[in-house]
Design a protein around this ligand. Structure first.
Ligand SMILES: *Cc1c(COP(=O)(O)O)cnc(C)c1O
Ligand SMILES: [Zn+2]
Length: 456
């Protein structure tokens, strides 16, 4: 099955289109672009996807991204012809996107929902330990389409880990990574170094590094793999496809996830907008985007300043005034959840579109709430990094406030792996003041004393 695809400005009053093999991240008018499709998307594809679970060692059926290739066929391949699509689609040997939602009894209790109505989907189970691998498979596919040899990204650590791994696994591809100096968790820095990327520590934070990448994106030999790249978001749609597939395409009442650069907010919304258009679903889920107190842009703009998508007629002056004030006061993002420590999210407008389509809400959570929630996920035998725990802290807050009703069905997305930021975990548990602290006890090498402690 082949599809036709192109790039198109997200703002309906512009709607300018571009060829799919252009390497551009924005429209000439300066706004973001969407990957668009024309073709047949029959509901019977759901069965095709199920059959591919019996993958017969076909890595593009094993891949939780390419299993859904009909729904992101921007490479315009024949999705049933292995010899065609295997030449075009990039995969970490089928390893990306092999995730699913889980029931977590203790966490459900903690947030105030029934176990049977609550799931967490661990995107940290991806090969490089974060959801970014979903989008990197698709971005690298487009990079291959346009013949790119060098990818670049700004990163709080997970985008860089993922880009570095995909570059390492491709022939003839180099990754250049810009990170804010001292702003990246050790586990993430370790990965980027180990996979062999060129790591540039920019003096500044993520927002500064991102501004550098936006300037570099004008250079013809550099391919940007931040979520500013619309092709990243196509792969991230599959996070929703897997969730729905697992729930037999029954749409949950709520989907909750953290917001940083708002790539997921954009991709998740686009997934549902398309499925709705294709008439695969009738019900829209409501989406809740959780941001940190120390990086509250989306909440401030949406809740305080009432900024709306408004069918694409956005009041830009609200955004400009907000950013001017931030700049003038010298405000910087500041949260322990480093993956969402972002003050100027590049996908803001696409996120607003998602919020409108899904009647979504945005809320903030404190670092303390995030760290307690992270500890609780681990007390359930699972684990995630701080930014992912914003999902749990946010769900708890919204259930408490009655915004999410206690009998709602809720899927939370846990975006990154527990071992990405071990410093955050150890610091939490070494401080006995923390609610769920499990502080180690120092003891002499004395058997009777150890036995006493073991039995106490
Ligand atoms: C990148 C990242 C985020 C932020 O996601 P966006 O799509 O940029 O909003 C959240 N959590 C983790 C673990 C991440 O790596
Ligand atoms: Zn435009």
């Amino acid at each position: 099955m082949k599809t036709k695809s192109w790039l198109q400005c997200i703002i309906p009053s512009c709607a300018k289109t571009y060829d799919i093999i252009e390497r551009r991240t924005t429209c000439n008018c300066g706004e973001l672009l969407d990957v668009r499709y024309a073709g047949d998307f029959p509901k019977s594809l759901q069965e095709t996807f199920s059959l591919r679970l019996n993958h017969s060692q076909n890595i593009f059926n094993e891949s939780g991204v390419w299993r859904y290739r009909e729904l992101l066929n921007f490479a315009q391949v024949d999705t049933e012809n292995y010899f065609d699509y295997s030449k075009h689609l990039v995969s970490l040997d089928g390893a990306e996107g092999r995730t699913k939602p889980f029931h977590l009894t203790r966490v459900a209790d903690y947030v105030g929902l029934k176990t049977s109505n609550f799931w967490l989907q661990f995107e940290g189970d991806n090969p490089t330990g974060s959801f970014k691998d979903n989008g990197m498979a698709s971005a690298f596919t487009h990079a291959r389409m346009v013949g790119a040899k060098k990818v670049v990204c700004a990163s709080t650590g997970n985008t860089s880990s993922s880009a570095a791994a995909f570059a390492a696994n491709e022939l003839d591809m180099e990754a250049v990574i810009l990170v804010g100096e001292g702003k990246i968790a050790k586990g993430k820095l370790a990965q980027s170094l180990a996979y062999g990327a060129k790591v540039l520590q920019v003096k500044g934070d993520f927002d500064v590094a991102m501004a550098m990448v936006q300037a570099l994106s004008k250079e013809s030999n550099i391919y940007v793999v931040n979520s500013l790249n619309s092709f990243r978001l196509e792969g991230q749609k599959t996070i929703m496809f897997r969730m729905l597939d697992y729930l037999h395409w029954e749409v949950p009442d709520w989907i909750v996830f953290p917001g940083g650069n708002l790539g997921n907010a954009s991709a998740f919304g686009k997934a549902f907008i398309e499925l709705y258009e294709y008439r695969w679903i009738k019900k829209k889920p409501r989406m809740a985007v959780i941001v940190a107190d120390g990086a509250p842009t989306l909440s401030d703009l949406y809740n305080k300043h009432k900024l709306r998508w408004n069918r694409g007629s956005i009041e830009n002056s609200i955004i400009n005034e907000y950013y001017n004030e931030v700049d003038q006061l010298g405000i910087k993002a500041n949260t322990r959840a480093s993956a969402i420590e972002i003050l100027k999210p590049v996908n803001l407008k696409k996120a607003l579109r998602t919020l409108e389509f899904t009647d979504g809400i945005v809320t903030t959570v404190s670092d303390q709430a995030i760290m307690d929630a992270m500890a609780m996920v681990s007390k359930n035998g699972f684990g995630c990094e701080p930014a992912s725990a914003a999902t749990v802290a946010g769900t708890k807050k919204l259930v408490n406030q009655g915004l999410i009703s206690a009998d709602a069905t809720v899927v939370g997305i846990a975006t990154g792996h527990m071992l990405k930021d071990t410093t955050a975990i150890v610091d939490y548990h070494f401080n006995p003041k923390n609610k769920f602290a499990n502080t180690p006890i120092t003891v002499e090498p004395d058997v009777s004393q150890i036995l006493k402690l073991a039995n106490s």
